[in-house]
Design a protein around this ligand. Sequence first.
Ligand SMILES: [Zn+2]
Length: 82
Amino acid sequence: MPLELFLDDIVQLRKPHPCGSAQWRVVRLGADIGLKCLGCDRKVLLPRRELEKRIKRFVSRGAAPESAAGSPDLADSAARGR
Ligand SMILES: [Zn+2]
């Protein structure tokens, strides 16, 4: 089961950024996860697997995807396929 990540999660990575902060906010979800450093606002993209290895802990969670079951976009595109 892959690590659950939500937008606006704050995560602490094992290795601090050179700016001194080890905490990052999740700003983009996908095959690559976008993270923004809370110390210097720098953005990075990390492959999900790479991020899973680097996360030490969650500092706080963003919005839990309670509506994930009823995602209209996914249902719609599935219905249109052939
Ligand atoms: Zn930084």
